[in-house]
Design a protein around this ligand. Sequence first.
Ligand SMILES: NC(=O)c1ccc[n+]([C@@H]2O[C@H](COP(=O)([O-])OP(=O)(O)OC[C@H]3O[C@@H](n4cnc5c(N)ncnc54)[C@H](OP(=O)(O)O)[C@@H]3O)[C@@H](O)[C@H]2O)c1
Length: 290
Amino acid sequence: MPRWLITGASGQLGARVLHALLARKHADLLALVGTREPPPGAAIARIPLDDVEALRRTVRDFAPDFVIHTAAMTAVSEAFARPDDARRQNTLATRILAESAAECGARFLFTSTDMVFDGANAPYTEDAAPTPLSVYGRTKADAERAIADLPHTLTVRIPLLFGLPATPRPSTFANQLAALRENREQTLFTDEFRTPMWNRDAAEALIRLAESDVAGVLHLCGPQRLSRMEMIVAVARAMGIASPAIRPISRLDVAGPEPRPADLSLRAERFGRLFPDFSPTPVSDPRTWS
Ligand SMILES: NC(=O)c1ccc[n+]([C@@H]2O[C@H](COP(=O)([O-])OP(=O)(O)OC[C@H]3O[C@@H](n4cnc5c(N)ncnc54)[C@H](OP(=O)(O)O)[C@@H]3O)[C@@H](O)[C@H]2O)c1
């Protein structure tokens, strides 16, 4: 049976990847997590991303065929507040895991982010040079560079994800759905654009890519370019809520320590050429929120 190691298997994306692999029933699975639980059914290893030796040992002992690395310090504000930890967890851990995977001859997928770009020149193709505005974006762009020389490695830049989590854990999208259902007012940016993707589509795309031999950098994206407000209005309409309690705001109205990129839309023609049958799901599809 093929051996899959999923890091961040308790996170929004990693849990979806693990869930999809569990459904296959013919994979030997190891779920690396921090403090939370992954979906049940796989062996679990709780390893802090800063524990370099434990990361190396775990990969060596499990000897995976495939590694999908989704674990990271993902909160932009946390990375800004603790840049050294962010560098260790997002950049150094990625290099260590990729090196260890290469020693086993394993395929390694690293989930990077649209936030490696500054938002001024969207839509971005894989050829665009990273220009991150945040500590978070820099640690991910540095990780991309740090693994670029290793064999069997692919960096997949992920856009903003939507959809319900596979495990009971907090998520921005789930909070937004709850606010819609309870008619609670939420403030949403009208001028921050992304190409959001359903977390299940992203998980399926990652598994297909892991089983391919594509190398380098590749973008994923959803079917539409939407502002954060447009995204939630589309969900509200699909839910039959004609006048959702939304207060539109500009990203320029929110003072933060780091600038918010205006438009991080990605183009994913490379993925589309590889998998022409893959049709990403729009946010209005009821499966994404029910
Ligand atoms: N969600 C998005 O919209 C989005 C957009 C672009 C790119 N991405 C990228 O996609 C990947 C997955 O994102 P996500 O939204 O699924 O993230 P998430 O929900 O925040 O989950 C992060 C995962 O990493 C683990 N983790 C975090 N810090 C750790 C530490 N110090 N030691 C061990 N494990 C640690 C967490 O474990 P515990 O929860 O068990 O502690 C969790 O399993 C990330 O690489 C992110 O950069 C996500």
